[in-house]
Ligand binder design. Structure first.
Ligand SMILES: NC(=O)C1=CN([C@@H]2O[C@H](COP(=O)(O)OP(=O)(O)OC[C@H]3O[C@@H](n4cnc5c(N)ncnc54)[C@H](O)[C@@H]3O)[C@@H](O)[C@H]2O)C=CC1
Ligand SMILES: N[C@@H](CC=O)C(=O)O
Length: 800
């Protein structure tokens, strides 16, 4: 015989109860079944409310009407009106006496299951099945102790067997879950998960072939889907694993509830009544073998720590701690003790914190006074993350991920059989931590949560590239990049679930003012893991805040060159800070846009080869300008406007014309090869003609374009047929000399030969001698630069 148990939500009015009836009909076709039911929908809560009103002497008639309205179903042969009278009479008696007692409360609660079983039996009869209502108070017996309800197994077993033996073939018992009789014949409830307990008890007494637990979820998940979007259903678990999961907060059957099945070896299936065809989770003796099964969480626990030299080598301290706790009925969930015995830490339920503190400070009053125990501290707002299942490196992986994400672990405990590892963390880090640990131990799709500053030429294209290629990146790299926010200099938007193609419009319509402090705060509070900041602005203020971003636990990618080219002191402090915090900062696009330049230079510098000189056309925009201006019959200002419109120039093109942008690039490369230059050390030939150098902004400079054009026309007239102009950066390492100048070069030389917005870098090293390594290609432009930033992002993602 199979035992089918239905939870309250699966029996709610409308579709749920219709589906439940269909499931029972289907299963009845395959053989003998028994059905156990919980109270329907919200019935238990409503009854609790009715009970509370009655014992407080309040009116309850309207609430009772509402309760009965929810129970009512058309065309049933069960007479529910009689129950309305009966519940009303019980409540009325309670209202008169006003005594609050557990048995009285249980008596009222029992109506939820009784009406539910009557209703289901009646619906089944309407479908032509021989269903009989069974009140479990005639089958199960239990007594209340100080802490729990204890079942009288022999008596319950014999009455259950007697009843089942009296059943006729084809009869389907529909049994009330949750309730039993106490030794005086009063109603007693079976506690948390009570209806499940009814099902597993009855199944074990009658030696059922399996228990099906029909509920509103389709099985046990690798983590709570409330926290982890990518959590997966677990097809198969062993009783032991299920027990660990239950102890550590998973929405499975309570550990005590599984016990009757363990002892009799009956498999349990967790099935979704919302999607009956879907495979659920099977729990049996064997499970599916080794491997991590789930990452579960327990919120709101308290961590107790007792420390002091008085604990050192002293026998009996633990015994005193636990007997003090047990005298106050405080149960310990986890424990960890230093081998020196100088300290002991353990976790209890938050609601027991005050009792535990009182018990312990009383027990260790003398030691606290003498100072041999320095403190007994209780930290509430803690949470437990438990990794359930066997895997050699799961702890290392979890710790690595948590450290990267700045989640502090207060206590780590590993079970003796190696099947469970628990980590105690702050409650507020729970969402982030469970995602990190889940991704680390399952090697599941990792999430990278990106907040992007700047949505212009580079930033805007980057976001579109990420959205366009997101599925591919998930497939090929197991990495999901969520754009959780975008800010420009005016506005910002934030969406923890990830922005989509509409981000531009959402940002344009946003009424949230762009504020770095708010962004840091919201990212910190979000509980998101693996947060990366993309800086595609040219803002120095933002660059100066990188240390704050790093301290907040974020990695950074930047096309913005400022952080690497302001003072050397800032540059070095930032690197120290990154190292200390274990954070990453990639900026390949700072020089040469998408070209693999900075990495190559890093490699060469870190190898035994010595870089002696780097010379070339460092600026993509000026490359474009001089490539075209040298050979076309156009005004300089016209070509400059073309470059600006193509997104090649700096946001303020005066940074290109003044040579500042190339100077920054030289500084960045020089620092990569170990020099410590400041911007003022670079000798720069500015391209801004003296006559317009007092322009207060680019608009004013451009309004004086005739003077600019005349200046460049004169330079151009000085060129021979064979010559072209190139704006060249030169880093002479040994001499510690950095220069930027406009030079005439032969059209046929490597520098003279470049096209479009190409940059070219000649890298002279000791071993390559006079033949430099040449890196050449587009040195500016939205597409290539955004790609470069994207690559940096993927490199960071690869390290999660
Ligand atoms: N355009 C190119 O080819 C290349 C550009 N870069 C660098 O990329 C960065 C961006 O350049 P573009 O996209 O061309 O500039 P852009 O002018 O098109 O975009 C700049 C964006 O930054 C935003 N912004 C400015 N200050 C901000 C702040 N404090 N907070 C938030 N947002 C802010 C602006 O609102 C704008 O959305 C620059 O640092 C540039 O040097 C690097 C390599 C090549
Ligand atoms: N304005 C810059 C853009 C890239 O850094 C350039 O032209 O190179």
């Amino acid at each position: 015989m199979k035992v089918l148990k239905f939870g309250g939500k699966s029996l709610s009015n409308g579709e749920p109860i219709e589906r439940a009836v269909n499931i029972i009909k289907e299963e009845a076709r395959t053989g003998a079944i028994a059905v156990i039911v919980s109270a329907r929908g919200q019935s238990t809560n409503l009854l609790l409310d009715l009970y509370a009103r009655a014992v407080q002497g309040k009116n309850f008639e309207k609430e009772l009407e509402n309760f009965m309205d929810l129970q009512y179903m058309q065309g049933l042969d069960a007479d529910l009106n009689a129950y309305q009278q009966e519940v009303g009479a019980v409540l009325h008696a309670l209202q008169l006496i006003g005594i609050d007692s557990e048995r009285a409360r249980d008596r009222v609660l029992a109506y939820g299951e009784v009406i539910s079983a009557r209703t289901v039996a009646s619906l089944l009869r309407r479908e032509g099945l021989e269903a009989v209502f069974v009140d479990a108070r005639d089958l199960l017996y239990a007594r209340a102790t100080a802490n729990e309800t204890v079942v009288d197994f022999p008596r319950s077993k014999s009455s259950t067997l007697a009843f089942f033996n009296s059943l006729q073939a084809h009869q389907i018992p529909v049994i009330t879950g949750f309730i039993a009789s106490d030794p005086t014949g009063r109603t007693i409830t079976l506690g948390r998960n009570g209806s499940n307990y009814t099902a597993t008890l009855i199944a074990s007494f009658i030696r059922a072939s399996e228990v099906q637990n029909w509920t509103d979820v389709d099985g046990v998940y690798t983590a709570s889907p409330k926290y982890v979007k990518g959590a997966q259903r677990i097809p198969h678990l062993s009783y032991r694993e299920a027990n660990e999961l239950a102890n550590f907060g998973a929405n499975v059957l309570h550990a005590k509830t599984i016990l009757p099945l363990v002892e009799s070896g009956i498999p349990l299936k967790i099935c979704s009544s919302l999607a009956p065809g879907r495979q659920g989770t099977l729990i049996d003796e064997n499970g599916s073998g080794k491997g991590i099964k789930a990452v579960t969480t327990v919120e709101d626990v308290s961590l107790v720590s007792i420390e002091g030299r008085g604990l050192l080598g002293k026998v009996g301290i633990d015994a005193r701690i636990f007997s003090a706790l047990s005298s106050r009925n405080v149960s310990v969930r986890l424990i960890s003790q230093a081998s020196s015995e100088r300290g002991i830490g353990f976790v209890i339920n938050k609601e027991d914190a005050a009792a535990a503190e009182h018990a312990l400070t009383t027990e260790f009053k003398d030691e606290l006074e003498h100072g041999s125990i320095s403190h007994i501290r209780i930290d509430s707002d803690m949470a437990i993350i438990a990794i359930v299942g066997r895997h050699n490196y799961s702890l290392e992986k979890a710790i690595y991920g948590l450290r990267r994400n700045k989640v502090w672990m207060h206590l780590i405990s590993n079970s003796i059989n190696g099947e469970q590892i628990s980590l105690v963390i702050d409650n507020k880090s729970l969402k982030k931590a469970v995602n990190v640990v889940h991704n680390q131990v399952f090697g599941a799709i990792k999430s990278l949560n990106l907040f992007a500053f700047g949505k212009g030429t580079v930033g805007g294209r980057l976001l579109d590239q990420i959205i366009e290629t997101g599925d591919e990146v998930v497939k090929r790299r197991n990495l999901k990049i969520n754009i959780v926010g975008v800010a420009d200099s005016v506005r910002m938007i934030f969406n923890e679930d990830g922005l989509g193609r509409n981000w531009k419009q959402e940002l344009a319509e946003s009424d949230q003012e762009s504020s770095l402090a708010d962004i840091i705060f919201r990212l910190g509070e979000s509980g998101l893991e693996n947060i990366v900041i993309a800086d595609n602005t040219s803002s120095q203020e933002l660059a100066e805040q990188y240390p704050v971003l790093v301290n907040s636990g974020f990695d950074i990618v930047a096309s913005n060159k400022k952080a690497n080219s302001i003072s050397y002191e800032f540059y070095q402090n930032l690197r120290n800070n990154l190292k200390r915090k274990g954070k990453l900062f990639y900026y390949e696009t700072n020089v040469g846009a998408g070209l693999p330049l900075i990495d190559t230079i890093k490699h060469l510098h870190n190898s035994s080869d010595r870089i002696e000189r780097i010379r070339g056309v460092f600026s993509g925009s000026l490359s474009y300008i001089f490539n075209n201006y040298s050979i076309q019959d156009k005004d300089f200002s016209a070509v400059l406007t073309e470059a600006k419109n193509l997104g090649l120039t700096e946001p303020d093109p005066r940074e290109d014309l003044s040579g500042l942008d190339v100077a920054r690039k030289l500084i960045i490369l020089a620092r990569e090869v170990g020099l410590k230059p400041e911007l003022e050390d670079v000798s720069v030939q500015s391209l801004v003609p003296e006559c317009v150098s007092d322009s207060k902004d680019y608009a004013e400079l451009y309004s004086r374009k005739e003077e600019v054009d005349a200046y460049f026309e004169q330079i151009k007239r000085g060129l021979t047929e064979e010559e072209v102009l190139r704006y060249v950066g030169d880093l002479e390492v040994k001499e510690n000399r950095l220069t930027v100048s406009l030079v005439k070069v032969s059209r046929n030389s490597p520098l003279g030969n470049i096209k479009n917005a190409d940059s070219i870098f000649e890298i002279y090293t000791e071993s390559y001698g006079a033949q430099p390594i040449i890196i050449q290609g587009a040195g500016a432009g939205s597409e290539v630069t955004a790609r470069g930033v994207y690559s940096d992002l993927l490199r960071i993602g690869g390290q999660y």
